[in-house]
Design a protein around this ligand. Structure first.
Ligand SMILES: CC(C)(COP(=O)(O)OP(=O)(O)OC[C@H]1O[C@@H](n2cnc3c(N)ncnc32)[C@H](O)[C@@H]1OP(=O)(O)O)[C@@H](O)C(=O)NCCC(=O)NCCS
Length: 406
């Protein structure tokens, strides 16, 4: 164990800690050593993955003697849906059956790193408990983390030592961006919604979805948000005949689908390291051929062996018998957007039970079937009364993954 006084946990100071933090990040390889692994370049801003959240904090662990940074942790807090209840508004009998969201303040831990030279000394544990203290002081009722199911150190730290329970296992679906454009069927019309229309649509149709952020308007108006797109069967509307979101919701077409696009490329870059020269060579050949003959639509491997960016798809939803087909068209449209922006991949994260996932193209090899979310109830004074202990609730069909935290 690291003795008290020998190690200090304090708030990250952007003036003097950037180099030390970068050094820890570089030395912490997430993924099995000796195999291919994914590196994240935070573009010189260690706080970039939390700075768009309403409340956030980054802590560093520093040795007392040499003032060396040996550990770090990031956390953020926001208000999200944890369940639903039936409306008790007696004035309008229609309202009685309308489910309303139950909100709670939830905290999220990400980017926990301890230098390999200082592991198994209790530093990770200390960083987590200091972060949880800050969560509780700021009114958070739950704390959760997402980790790779195979990351034994992280799973054991949170479940065995910090009291977290395995909670959800959504899937991260990743599709490479090809050198050719993907065909978007003519039988589908895709319209871009104004942020205010998108907000109304999400609040009315998605606010009872688990993890729906109460400040969805802030998300949609963020400069990283590249737009919300809705797909309907061709002939339903065009840009000129879009009736407005109120009419759309009161008289929806039989089938529709929606998604929003987030520009993660402006936040961080990724790089696949450790690939053999043979693998890199084969990937390059597919790319050259795809670029030379785009009409052949060869599913080529993008240049992931040097830094590449991604677009994140979120707020996926829809209704009706053709919604899977419409979602597929939206994903094709989003692929072409990502291609124009020079991204390497398009990614999304959905519930393992998500009915629309059949319409989300992805490569299994690049995706993660079970991203393990572990959760802990922090206090005894809850706002989720009618829902009970959220950590014990069964998973729903869908989940809202906040693009600010991907
Ligand atoms: C996960 C990580 C932060 C743990 O940091 P750490 O300072 O070594 O952890 P601690 O010393 O506080 O360990 C606390 C407990 O976690 C568990 N644990 C930590 N590392 C473990 C390992 N390699 N194998 C099994 N259990 C482990 C143990 O229960 C341990 O208690 P013990 O030492 O009394 O048995 C560190 O291994 C790391 O930086 N890994 C790479 C980055 C990463 O995976 N981050 C997590 C993403 S969410």
């Amino acid at each position: 164990m690291v003795e008290e006084g020998v190690l200090m946990v304090r708030e990250f100071d952007p003036e003097k800690d950037c180099l030390g933090v970068e050094d820890v990040e570089r030395r912490c390889e997430v993924g099995p050593s000796g195999k291919m692994s994914l590196f994240t370049d935070l573009l010189g801003d260690p706080v970039c993955r939390i700075r768009h959240s309403p409340t956030f904090l980054m802590l560093v662990a520093e040795t007392g003697d040499e003032k060396e940074i040996v550990g770090l942790i990031r956390g953020c807090i926001k208000t999200v849906t944890c369940g639903k209840k039936l409306s008790r508004n007696g004035k309008n009998t229609n309202d009685l059956s309308k489910p309303l969201p139950v909100y709670t303040k939830v905290a999220y831990i990400l980017g926990l790193r301890v230098s390999p030279s200082h592991r198994r000394m209790g530093i990770g544990l200390k960083l987590v408990s200091r972060m949880e203290k800050w969560f509780s002081e700021n009114g958070a009722e739950y704390s959760y983390i997402a980790t790779d199911n195979d990351n034994q150190a992280s799973v054991k730290l949170f479940t065995d030592r910090c009291g977290y329970a395995k909670f959800r296992t959504p899937s991260i679906l990743v599709q490479p961006v090809f050198a050719h454009r993907v065909n978007v069927p003519k039988r589908v019309t895709i319209l871009r919604l104004a942020p205010s229309d998108a907000e109304t649509l999400y609040r009315r149709r998605f606010s009872t979805t688990e993890f729906f952020p109460r400040d969805i308007d802030t998300v949609l108006n963020n400069k990283l948000n590249l737009g919300t797109y809705i797909a309907v069967p061709a002939g339903t509307y065009c840009n000129e005949s879009w009736p407005g979101v109120d009419k759309f919701l009161s008289d929806s077409p039989e089938s529709w689908a929606v998604l929003s696009v987030w520009n993660s490329k402006a936040v961080f870059m990724l790089e696949v390291r450790g690939a053999s020269p043979l693998r890199r060579g084969l990937a390059k050949i597919t790319r050259i051929v795809d670029r030379a003959f785009p009409w052949l639509r060869i599913p080529s491997v993008p240049e992931v062996f040097r830094p590449f960016g991604l677009h994140f798809l979120y707020g996926l939803g829809g209704d009706g018998p053709q919604s899977v087909r419409l979602m597929k068209a939206l994903c094709g449209f989003a692929h072409n957007m990502a291609k124009e922006s020079g991204c390497g991949v398009v990614a999304t994260e959905v519930s393992s039970h998500e009915p629309l996932r059949l319409g989300i193209p992805h490569w299994k090899r690049l995706s993660c079937d079970e991203d393990l979310w572990c959760m802990k109830r922090l206090g005894e004074d809850y706002s989720d009364g009618s829902v009970g202990d959220w950590t014990k609730s069964p998973p729903g069909l869908t989940i809202f993954v906040d693009p600010r935290e991907f």
